[in-house]
Design a protein. Structure first.
Length: 213
């Protein structure tokens, strides 16, 4: 009986994950989750007090699964700093090419909860993202990168920004641009500053000041 209940609970969590990731938290109702899991709404509420609790526990489960998965394949991230950065951003490019890709689920879901700072799902997302940052820092540290925690934070910024822009523009070249920027950072080079004479396409030239006499 306990095993059956545990299986039912997992089915509900998996159904919630698929729906929340694909459609977001606000657009998915409890009825839809129950139907997808093949259970009644009453059964769902037997296992979870609310939709908010279901979201939090679903994120907790999938954070554990995601972190276990990256540790399992950690040997792919070997070699020097450039090789590690190449793997990180090539994985982002491949991931974003999958049909139905909708960006980083943890980030998207927490943005929906921006006005709810005390929501438990936000604390879980914070722990998940922090764990990834620490993991990246350990990789960079082993590769001999100086100040690996600082560099990992910068790589996280590039990764999150590239993910958002790929989703917005449907252009995976942002992964390559972020990769090149990350390589400069981990190798201790300053960022490239564009010449002030270069113009961005579509941006009009500033009008010259009119001298009054």
């Amino acid at each position: 009986m306990a095993r059956a209940a545990k299986g039912t609970r997992r089915c509900i969590l998996d159904a919630a994950y698929e729906l929340f990731y694909r459609k977001g938290f606000g657009r998915v109702g409890v009825d839809e989750i129950a139907a997808s899991a093949g259970v009644t709404k009453r059964t769902l509420y037997y296992h979870f007090k609310s939709k908010d609790e279901l979201l939090a526990l679903m994120l907790e489960l999938h954070s554990e699964l995601a972190l276990a998965r990256i540790r399992k394949y950690e040997d792919r991230y070997s070699g020097g700093a450039d090789e590690i950065v190449d793997v990180l951003f090539s994985e982002l490019a491949k991931w974003s090419a999958k049909p139905g890709w909708t960006g980083a689920g943890f980030t998207r879901l927490v943005m929906e909860l921006a006005d709810l700072p005390g929501h438990p799902a936000r604390a879980i997302a914070h722990r998940h993202k922090r764990a990834l940052e620490v993991w990246w820092a350990s990789l960079l540290g082993r590769a001999g990168v100086s100040s690996p925690l600082d560099r990992a934070r910068e790589v996280v910024l590039l990764m999150e920004g590239a993910t958002a822009l790929i989703l917005i523009h449907n252009d995976r070249r942002y992964a390559d641009a972020a990769c090149q920027a990350a390589k400069r950072l981990v190798n201790g080079f300053p960022p490239v500053i564009s010449s002030p004479k270069r113009r961005v396409a579509g941006v009009p030239r500033p009008k010259a000041a009119v001298r009054r006499t």
